[in-house]
Design a protein around this ligand. Sequence first.
Ligand SMILES: Nc1nc2c(c(=O)[nH]1)N[C@H]1C(S)=C(S)[C@@H](COP(=O)(O)O)O[C@H]1N2
Ligand SMILES: [Mo]
Length: 341
Amino acid sequence: MQPIDPSEVTPPWAYFSRREFIRRTGIATLGAAAFGACRRRGLVTESETIGGSPDLPTVPALPTSTRTDELGNPVTLPYRMNTYGNYYEFTRDRMAMGEAVGDYQPPPLKIEVGGLVERPGTFVADDLKEFGEEERIYRQRCIEAWAMVVPWTGFALWRILEAVGPLPEARFVRFESIYDPERLPGQRPGAYDAEADEEEMGARVASPYVWPYAEGLRLDEAMHDLTFLATGMYGGEIHPANGAPARVLVPWKYTFKSPKAVVRIDLVADRPATFWNTAIPEEYGFYANVNPNVPHPYWEQVKEVRYRGACPEPIVPTLIFNGYGDQVAHLYEGMDLEVNY
Ligand SMILES: Nc1nc2c(c(=O)[nH]1)N[C@H]1C(S)=C(S)[C@@H](COP(=O)(O)O)O[C@H]1N2
Ligand SMILES: [Mo]
């Protein structure tokens, strides 16, 4: 375990505030409007433009963090991370995620771990201390071709799996996110209506979303040291919009495989049904390893927008396994990655 250097825990840019954002960028309205403002100024590179226009304007870089991942990519400013993203429990508009989450207060940390294990257990924050704490700066890459670089604190998931003792029949791990329709508007019946879907999204959603959000991994993927259970980010707590109180991170896979607000982990015998794979199986496979050679029907996947702060943002090539190939490629030896997308 890597101890955390206290000087790293509260970097000044972690508090890059809304006021600071406005001062530095001159953009007063955030979310969708900010993107409009960036675009009008010729600064924005939205992910949808990636496929079509490789020659985007070069513009002066805005302030970014001095911290980087191991490949030298600057860490995304927390403000950007907390406002722009996907959290379907609240909204389908990734530009409005921050506003939609608003002042939502997540429940205290509590994770139940069970299924095919020797010692099922319920873990609250204090219980997790036995697994230690380290910081990791991970790249995350959404299947929609946008990406961020984020420092998380927590521990490798294998530590908790080892503590509960998987039985020999356990071959997969299933993660379940919070279910609370009273407080999570996206989970209410009719939140996303089928007719509007057809118009807005070309009837891409084959079946209604099945709540709670669930994800899954093969047991060997879940036991890999890169698979992480985060309880903090940027040296503090996880922001409610990014999956507080606890989140599983699988950095070599498209980020829909990194469920927010995980409340249950089960060891299971068969491949579990997962949220996106159930909704649109032709687009969202179970494996979902980041792979520039396997296009998604809407995002060609060879490039990505790497969000750092406000606009502008660089477009960078997408790396196989999101740049973690040296550590994870062996898990897929002999597997056809085009078939097992
Ligand atoms: N519970 C839950 N987890 C989720 C999602 C979600 O809608 N609900 N969206 C996924 C997708 S598609 C992405 S890209 C990331 C976004 O994470 P971020 O907002 O922290 O960047 O969360 C993933 N985990
Ligand atoms: Mo995503």
